[in-house]
Design a protein around this ligand. Structure first.
Ligand code: ARG
Length: 628
């Protein structure tokens, strides 16, 4: 970004004679909205007599452009004695004519502020065209470290919709933080430990194939897992029948009460793993390594690269013991029928129920391992924040975890946050039922390819149709996931997500490709080249142009707001707002056929729009296409 002096000089050249009142915590050099915030806050403080410290944070961004660029809810200032509606009117009347803000509009107790086009156009467009991919992020995370734990599938079980959502949302949250200066550690906490690996070990010996394991470990391990579980269930049925005949009792902390010989074998196998048996561990490690390799390629298709592949298996016995000891010493845990449990009701957190910390046979559980894992992570990374991107089905689990950390007196529990999300309904491949991520991405690619082929003219011009189909298909999957609020469930729909109509991934890609084509056509018409940085931006006077510029000005603020909402929809909604403005502008703001000056100004506008749209798409984890 420019220095504050450079910004002051630029403002001066735009006739703003008063120096910019830089409010502490504002970032006017990288966030144009903050320039206006500073001016408005100062002016309002003068007019109203309210302290600027109160006015500044009360200037909020708006839901839609017709409500202004910033809005003030007068009641937020808590002024006694006068009605907010009257105050709003009074302040608007007193507002002085100036070069950067229109006279505020009054709607009941609200004051709407609109940036002047003559001010925002040069300020923002020049900035975008100069800073290019650096326009947007404000370096507010400098010196801070965040762990984003996301995706975290279970080896040998399907990568289900919950993992897909976690992957998409977590990838996005990592990108936003990284862009805004945070030191981001992307962590995948694999479900790679537990009795299911005993089951898998036994299953592999019975049904496994070396070749298949190497070719396609994820599918093959799942196949084995299903097969061997069938055997276990059948044997359990037999045991059940036997036990019922004998009138045997249940064991309250063990879910699977009836066990046949294969189950015993699996338990023994897992016991061997826990005891460090080299052969058992060797096989397990191969399952893990091969699965990770495979996952890595799939994640790469989504532009996701992890810093750490951790997992339940990586939590050391030492930290597990340490955690257990601490819980015992603090009187948090108790023994019950040979198991160690925690009864939250006794600890003032009734709604968290009870949880098992250690089974009768001494083995640890999912929750216990999470306690150890969190402690290890804090030791190692001393994070300023850690987020767990996990489905809302695990709300209870994570609340229990955070509560335990709190009860243990680990003050950093406050830095941990569960980023939850709703379910995806009806996610299946076009044929089968169980879904693997790869199948979803391949399905999206193939369908998109079919759609593209229908327009033979355009299809012929696309250089690498495979790549474009893959990219646009993937965009469809991801936008469908990120369009709504995280917590909402959504219905997985192939038709809708691949449609070009409505707020879909292909629509967004199309908007980007269209902006590219404007630049391309102008370059064809003017092979000698045109320099958009020389454009006379004062020519951009039409309401369509001004609205579009106002919208581009908001992008850095949108990213800052995203750091608060931690919602992909904050960015997605913004990008659709922008693309809608674009769609309605093309007929009004034509480029070719206008006089050269006007053409250059509009070209600058579209180039800036393309830049911001592309920047936003990249933060979402998408690859914007130039042609489709
Ligand atoms: N592997 C788990 C599952 O698939 C998700 C892990 C979530 N992260 C955590 N730290 N518990 O359900």
């Amino acid at each position: 970004p420019p220095s504050i002096d450079e910004l002051q000089a630029q403002l001066k050249s735009l006739n703003v004679t008063d120096p910019l009142p830089v409010f502490p915590g504002s970032n006017p050099t990288s966030n144009p909205v903050d320039v206006f915030r500073c001016y408005i806050a100062e002016e309002l403080a003068k007019i109203s007599g309210v302290d600027i410290e109160l006015v500044y944070p009360a200037l909020e961004w708006t839901q839609s452009m017709d409500k202004g660029d910033l809005i003030l809810a007068v009641p937020r200032l808590r002024i006694k004695g006068k009605k907010p509606d009257e105050l709003a009117q009074e302040w608007a009347d007193k507002w002085p004519e100036n070069d950067f803000i229109e006279k505020p509009q009054v709607h009941k107790a609200f004051l709407s502020f609109f940036f002047k086009g003559s001010m925002v156009a040069p300020l923002v467009l020049n900035d975008i065209l100069k800073r290019k991919e650096n326009y947007g992020p404000v370096n507010t995370g400098k010196g801070k470290r965040i762990i984003v734990e996301f995706s975290s599938p279970n080896i040998a079980k399907p990568f289900h919709a919950g993992h897909l959502r976690s992957t998409i949302i977590g990838g996005f949250l990592s990108n936003v933080h990284e862009a805004c200066g945070w030191d981001v550690i992307r962590m995948n906490y694999l479900g790679d430990w537990g009795k299911q690996f005993g089951i898998l070990g036994v299953g592999f010996k019975r049904f496994g194939s070396e070749q298949k394991l190497i070719d396609d470990p994820i599918h093959h391990l799942y196949e084995i897992y299903v097969q061997i579980n069938k055997v276990i269930t059948e044997e359990a049925e037999i045991e059940k029948a036997k036990a019922e005949a004998e009138g045997k009792k249940f064991d309250k902390y063990n879910k699977q009460t009836y066990k046949g010989p294969t189950d015993d074998e699996a338990r023994a196998f897992f016991k061997k793993m826990e005891d460090g048996d080299q052969e058992a561990l060797g096989l397990w490690k191969r399952f893990r390594d091969l699965s990770i390799d495979k996952y890595k390629t799939t994640y790469a298709r989504l532009n996701i690269f992890y810093d750490v592949y951790s997992g339940e298996s990586q939590v050391s016995t030492e930290s597990l013991n340490k955690a257990a000891q601490m819980m015992k010493d603090k009187g948090i845990s108790q023994e019950d029928e040979g198991a160690v449990i925690i009864d939250f009701a006794k600890l003032g957190a009734k709604k968290l129920g009870k949880a098992v910390l250690q089974k009768k046979d001494g083995t640890s559980l999912y929750l216990t391992r999470d306690i150890g894992a969190a402690m290890e992570r804090y030791e190692k990374y001393k994070f300023d924040k850690m987020i767990y991107v996990v489905a809302s089905q695990q709300d209870l689990h994570l609340n229990q975890l955070f509560k335990i950390l709190e009860l243990l007196g680990l003050d950093w529990y406050k830095k941990c946050q569960h980023i939850n999300f709703g379910m995806v309904q009806g996610m299946s491949t076009r044929k089968g039922t169980v879904v693997f991520l790869d199948d979803i991405l391949a399905g999206a690619r193939d369908s998109m390819h079919e759609i593209m082929k229908k327009n033979a003219d355009k299809y012929g011009q696309v250089e690498d149709p495979d790549f474009v189909a893959d990219t646009v298909g993937r965009t469809g999957v991801m936008i469908q996931d990120m369009a709504g609020k995280r917590i909402n469930n959504y219905v997985f729909s192939w038709d809708r997500m691949l449609s070009f109509e409505g707020d879909t991934g292909p629509y967004l890609q199309y908007a980007h490709a269209r902006l590219s084509s404007i630049g391309r056509k102008v370059r064809e018409a003017y092979p000698e080249g045109l320099d958009v940085t020389k454009a006379d931006l004062t020519l951009l006077k039409e309401p369509h142009a001004v609205n579009l510029i106002r919208c581009l000005a908001q992008y850095p603020d949108v990213l800052q707001n995203t750091l608060k909402t931690l919602e992909p929809t904050t960015v997605v909604t913004y990008l659709f707002k922008m693309t809608h403005l674009l769609s309605s502008s093309y007929d009004v703001l034509r480029v070719l056929g206008e006089n050269k000056e006007l053409m250059l100004a509009r070209l600058a506008l579209y180039a800036a729009a393309k830049q911001v749209l592309g920047n936003g798409m990249k933060v979402l984890g998408l690859v914007p296409v130039e042609r489709m």
